[in-house]
Design a protein around this ligand. Structure first.
Ligand SMILES: O=c1nc[nH]c2cc3[nH]c(NCCN4CCCCC4)nc3cc12
Ligand SMILES: [Zn+2]
Length: 369
């Protein structure tokens, strides 16, 4: 069970800590995405060196491949992938809608065909919890209905009401599982409607969970709308529980959302963009294949102390990337994950020191340079 301790606040920004079976998590925290039981191109040792406290796995993908029976042979993901720190798994609804073919959503759950081999499946709230328990992740998510954008008020009402009924079913099924020692987070929906975000937050908090996620964001809506919905919803969530914004976001998003009181984030950007040659730095992003780096002996980011920045030049990283060398994806990913983890750690230190406002101003000043 999660016992979230708020250590310090600076405005709405919070620094906290909570325990899981696989270790302590200091917030704000960024979770690298490890969809298929690997954070692409990185070993667990490299993830630890980058400072990762917790990684994310995906129920939809792992249920389809390699399947629960295989991961279950290792008593869960930790032994299977040699990661002994906390793991959070997403519940699969979002992935069914973004990946599966021929899917049908009913009160029972998601009926869908595998994007891998076309096999037919039914992902119910109970099935999602059962799979996540089999994966033995430390934080499991309720199965929800993530609405595409744009959607009507009427569609958003129906989705939040289904999400609420499913959240109750998830909690009931989870509590019946005797051996499970993980924590179940509820997910708030409500589309881009402030009144529905309030209704969903109240309904999910009424059921009561160890932690709360804000879903239905970063689904193609304009940035200011995402911020508006987050700003409206965050204060509605219980203050003594972790608040997780799913699928977000850019470095700027993380700074603004921490300022609004968010504690947990996950996003594929640091790893996916690394594989596309886009590097995150204190001065903004750079594209490693830019000709101006052809003979640049400097590091990606002079203020970064990651393995990549300590040992390799921009010229070398550009060479590797243009040659599509495997090491390019590894070194770029090491830097980007380190950048994201370091960003949230720096915010935590600023909140603890009571200097978060100065941190935020300096964050933007460096990017204007
Ligand atoms: O409402 C959600 N419920 C469960 N899981 C989710 C995962 C999500 N991931 C995202 N957005 C991911 C956006 N990401 C941004 C970088 C490029 C690839 C896509 N929204 C989400 C909403 C949900
Ligand atoms: Zn670096």
């Amino acid at each position: 069970m999660i016992d979230f301790k708020l250590i310090s606040q600076s405005g709405a920004a919070r620094a906290g800590v909570f325990d899981t079976l696989h270790g302590q998590i200091e917030t704000p925290v960024f979770m690298p995405v490890g969809t298929l039981a690997t954070v692409k191109a990185l070993s667990p040792e490299e993830l630890k060196a980058a400072g990762a406290q917790i990684i994310l796995g995906n129920t939809y993908h792992l249920y389809l491949r390699p399947g629960c029976d295989i991961v279950g042979r290792f008593a869960g993901l930790h032994r299977f992938m040699h990661w002994d720190r906390p793991i959070l798994t997403d519940s699969g609804g979002f992935q069914v809608f973004s990946l599966a073919k021929l899917r049908k959503l009913t009160e029972a759950g998601y009926a869908f065909q595998s994007h891998i081999d076309g096999s037919r499946h039914m992902l119910s709230p109970e099935k999602s919890i059962e799979v996540q328990i089999c994966l033995n992740s430390d934080i499991i998510m309720c199965l929800d209905q993530c609405l595409e954008h744009p959607a009507s008020h009427e569609q958003a009402v129906a989705a939040l009401e289904l999400t609420t009924r499913w959240a109750a079913r998830c909690k009931t099924f989870w509590r019946e599982q005797t051996e499970c020692r993980n924590s179940l987070f509820g997910i708030v929906q409500g589309g881009m409607f402030a009144d529905l975000r309030q209704r969903s937050a109240e309904a999910i908090a009424e059921i009561g969970f160890p932690g709360y996620a804000i879903g239905g964001l970063s689904v193609g809506e304009p940035k200011d709308l995402m911020m508006e919905m987050a700003a409206h919803t965050l204060p509605l969530l219980p203050a003594d529980r972790p608040r997780y914004i799913m699928g977000v976001g850019t470095p700027e998003d993380l700074v603004e959302l921490v300022a609004l009181g968010a504690d947990m984030f996950d996003c594929v950007m640091p790893t996916r963009n690394a594989r596309n040659g886009q590097m995150f730095t204190d001065r903004g992003t750079i594209n490693i294949c830019n000709a101006r780096f052809r003979d640049d002996e400097g590091p990606v980011d002079p203020s970064c102390d990651c393995y990549t920045c300590r040992h390799y030049s921009l010229a070398y990283l550009r060479h590797l990337y243009t040659a599509r060398e495997i090491l390019a994806y590894r070194l770029n990913s090491i830097h980007n994950v380190h950048y994201y983890v370091n960003l949230v750690n720096s915010m935590r230190e600023a909140i603890l020191a009571g200097t978060f406002d100065q941190f935020r101003k300096a964050f933007y000043t460096k990017r204007e340079g």
